[in-house]
Design a protein around this ligand. Structure first.
Ligand code: PLP
Length: 397
């Protein structure tokens, strides 16, 4: 009998399609040559980290003795770091967070998992909007809670309020929303957020308990054409905001993020206390000290978004020429293309086997009939791939 738990057996059998593709891409690069593989599979930032971030790390090493830098601390992080983040949010969004409302986490992933640890019991339901980042399902099932999916609403992919209402019931504990969105690249407008907030308010009254909105916002800074990302906590009191510096500063391997609990949320202080414990018992203990001391020095330094914007424009023009339909992305670094066949997996396999292009099937985001292109790659990769998209599209005419 295997030592592996049943839950892990299940995870191993359904290992992430995207991670598998990423590994395949590496093998293909060895086999065919790196320049002949067009890997659009993973959202790994391709723009340089702002040099100020690396400088900040060096400064922290120079400024601190080993005890002030390398010791244990509160599980939610250094008070100075949390206060600096609260001030930054208050300045930008007119909010009134205090340090106690911010918990430093090991990226947005850890922020979401910690929030779910605080909020959910087995059998509780957490609602997500398709297409969605499939890890949510794994995060939710960690605690025996159940994922309820609101079906996709093409072509805008703005959630349909009626479908959302239907997904809520007396067991709903939380809702996860991702803005700007992976995989569509859309940015939910202020009106869309107001509608979601209205449905939640109504459901809280109907079911007689708080429903928390976990906003997953690692792409908040990656927006184009002057589009504004609504500050969701300003529209709904029971909001827990998961943020990460992974994408905005091109530091995903460093694992720096936080969860901001709206100070006006029901049981805000108890949730914050719970978060410290969640971070501890999930085994993170605290977000690494070096990162916390460095990040406060560079809170306003983001990567050069214009690089992604140029990639986006080149790609959109190329897909237009190829006659492929897609959702116009205003944010993140993803583009969601309608496949000219309903079988997105077949399309993705064909792209891989015949053209050495790695495109993530929409089914991996609970939305068949589409593929996701992660355009956080070198510009040259996109330019050289455009004729291949044309040839691929031509095969379906
Ligand atoms: N949420 C979404 C929608 C993502 O796309 C990702 C990473 O790709 C994450 C969360 C995890 O981000 P982090 O690296 O900050 O944990």
């Amino acid at each position: 009998m295997s030592a592996i738990s049943k839950a892990m057996e299940k995870l191993m059998a359904n290992s992430s399609v995207l991670r598998t593709m990423f590994e395949e891409g590496k093998q293909m690069a060895v086999k065919y040559g790196k320049e002949n593989v067009f890997d659009f599979s993973l959202g790994n930032p391709s723009t340089p980290t702002p040099p100020e971030f690396n400088d900040a790390i060096r400064q922290v090493l120079d400024e601190n003795d080993s005890f002030s830098l390398h010791s244990y601390m509160s599980n939610a992080g250094y008070e100075e770091t949390r206060a600096a983040i609260a001030d930054d949010l208050n300045k930008r969004f007119g909010s009134h967070y205090g340090f106690k409302d911010i918990a430093m986490t090991v990226g947005a992933a850890n922020a979401i998992v910690a929030a779910l640890k605080v909020l959910t019991d087995p059998g509780d339901e957490v609602v997500v909007f398709a297409p969605y980042f499939l890890e949510y399902g794994n995060y939710i099932s960690n605690f025996g809670a159940v994922t309820t999916v609101v079906p996709p609403n093409p072509p805008t992919f703005i959630p349909d309020p009626e479908e959302f209402r239907n997904a809520l019931n007396e067991r709903t504990k939380a809702v996860i929303i991702n803005n700007p969105n992976n995989p569509t690249g859309i940015v939910y407008s202020e009106d869309a957020i107001k509608e979601i907030a209205a449905v939640l308010e109504e459901a809280q009254k109907k079911y007689g308990h708080s429903i928390y909105l976990i906003t997953d916002e690692p792409y908040r800074e990656l927006v184009y054409d002057g589009v504004q990302v609504p500050f969701i906590a300003g529209y709904y009191r029971n909001t827990l905001m998961a943020y990460s510096f992974s994408k905005a500063m091109s530091v995903p391997g460093e694992r720096i993020g936080y969860l901001a609990v709206s100070p006006d949320a029901d049981e805000a202080d108890r949730i914050s206390t719970g978060l410290g414990i969640a971070i501890r018992v999930l085994g993170c203990v605290n977000e690494p000290s070096l990162q916390q001391k460095a990040i406060v020095k560079v809170l306003d330094k983001f990567t050069d978004v214009s690089v992604y914007d140029t990639n986006r424009k080149i790609l959109m023009a190329g897909l237009d020429k190829a006659g492929l339909e897609y959702v116009r992305p205003d944010g993140a670094f993803y583009l969601f293309v309608k496949t000219p066949t309903e079988d997105d997996r077949e399309f993705s396999e064909r792209a891989k086997n015949k053209y050495h292009m790695l495109l993530s099937p929409g089914s991996a985001f609970c939305c068949p009939g589409y593929v996701r292109i992660a355009y956080c790659v070198a510009r040259d990769t996109i330019e050289r791939a455009l004729p291949l998209f044309e040839q691929l599209a031509e095969e379906y005419r």
